[in-house]
Design a protein around this ligand. Structure first.
Ligand code: NAI
Length: 346
């Protein structure tokens, strides 16, 4: 357990079991140096507890880096609910989770992530104030996450393909949920052609027919020849097995923890693929809920999210000049910012 915390730099782990509702949940806090730690709640089946622990601590680090590079006064954290095997009372489970979050007194603020819906967060909001992005505050993060993905794609296309728009380009999108489907519609509107894949083939088929796109099976998406591959499903999709199959020049999508291991960033680079670091690409949702709660206007939030592309362009350039991968360059900048905050606090 401590080895996992050390590997990811996470500083705290909180574990809770509620025998009444069957809740089994973990909260990992990476850092509170810059302010209360924010991060979504996943509710998934994990093969074992170690897998949940690795996921939650790596995700917490990504949230700290994301908040630091977005210049937000927040640290990073994440939580996972180990999804019960049998039928369960969803309302009671999420209310129990809210009580767990409340025990941390606001040092952790929860939000949406895979397997959790806005309705679930409404239940969390019944038992704690420390939840962002539900119907009550009207700050659904997904549309702003989409905006950030599009801004990132523009930057990647400009850098790698020397193109200033999406017209005539071909993109392959993995995962057609809140973000992936929205990205697909916006790219189709901008004149791009699309190959779509989701584990739920019904979803792929109906979106493909709506947009005049191709759809393929979930596993075949790695072999699709395209200008940009857009992972919007789950993590660990870029690894030694999948990277050699990719026939793209760019990877930029919203999924968290896309790289199987940190070294996979180098493997992508060796295959001539420009990788846009996931926690920068998907920062739009965090910016939306954090700035929204700090009183920013819609316009101010949109402008900030549209700035994600500029941040990425700078990272692509600096990485190239210093002979680093964009992923390493982004980590380096985020770690510098966290160190600076820590020095100031000392
Ligand atoms: P979602 O749960 O609405 O959609 C995910 C989709 O991916 C589902 O349709 C699911 O069937 C599909 N999927 C799962 N495994 C797949 C596979 N192996 N191959 C193909 N499709 C697969 O999730 P959402 O909200 O769209 O988020 C997508 C990703 O972006 C997640 O990793 C999430 O953590 C990340 N993210 C989302 C944010 C948001 O504002 N929604 C903010 C930051 C990150």
């Amino acid at each position: 357990m401590f080895a996992t915390l050390e590997q990811t730099g996470a500083t705290e782990l909180h574990v809770h079991r509620d025998p009444v509702t069957g809740l089994r949940a973990i909260i990992a806090i990476h850092s509170t140096l810059r302010g209360p730690a924010v991060g979504g709640c996943r509710c998934l089946h994990y093969p074992d507890e170690d897998a949940a622990l690795t996921d939650v601590t790596r995700l917490a680090r990504g949230m700290s880096y994301k908040a630091a590079l977005s210049g937000l006064p927040h640290g990073g954290a994440k939580s996972v609910i180990l999804r019960p095997d049998g039928p369960f009372d969803r309302v009671a489970l999420y209310q129990a989770f809210g009580r767990f979050v409340d025990t941390l007194g606001g040092r952790y603020i929860t939000a949406i992530d895979s397997g959790t819906e806005l309705d679930d967060l409404d239940q969390v909001a019944m038992t704690t104030d420390h939840v962002w992005g539900h119907h009550g505050d009207g700050l659904d993060p997904s549309p702003l996450t989409t905006l950030g993905v599009l801004s990132s794609l523009e930057a990647a296309v400009r850098h790698q393909l020397k193109r200033s728009n999406f017209r005539g380009l071909h993109f392959a999108i993995q995962g057609l949920g809140h973000v992936g489907a929205d990205v697909a519609r916006r790219l189709a509107d901008a004149g791009a052609s699309l190959t779509l894949a989701d584990l739920d083939t019904q979803r792929s088929q109906s979106l493909a027919s709506e947009l005049g796109a191709h759809w393929i099976s979930a596993d075949a998406i790695y072999d699709a020849s395209c200008d940009g591959f857009i992972p919007c499903a789950l993590g660990n999709v870029l690894n030694a097995n999948t990277i050699p199959r990719l026939r793209t020049r760019i990877v930029a999508g919203s999924a968290n923890n896309q790289l199987g291991r940190d070294q996979d960033a180098q493997l992508l680079h060796d295959h001539g693929i420009l990788y846009a670091p996931d926690y920068i690409v998907n920062a739009g949702g965090l910016i939306q809920v954090a700035m929204g709660h700090h009183g920013a206007t819609r316009d101010q939030i949109r402008r900030k999210v549209q700035g994600i592309g500029e941040t990425l362009s700078r990272i692509f350039r600096e990485a190239q000049q210093r002979g680093l991968t964009p992923a390493r360059m982004a980590d380096h900048l985020a770690e510098e910012r966290l160190q600076h905050t820590s020095d100031q606090a000392a």
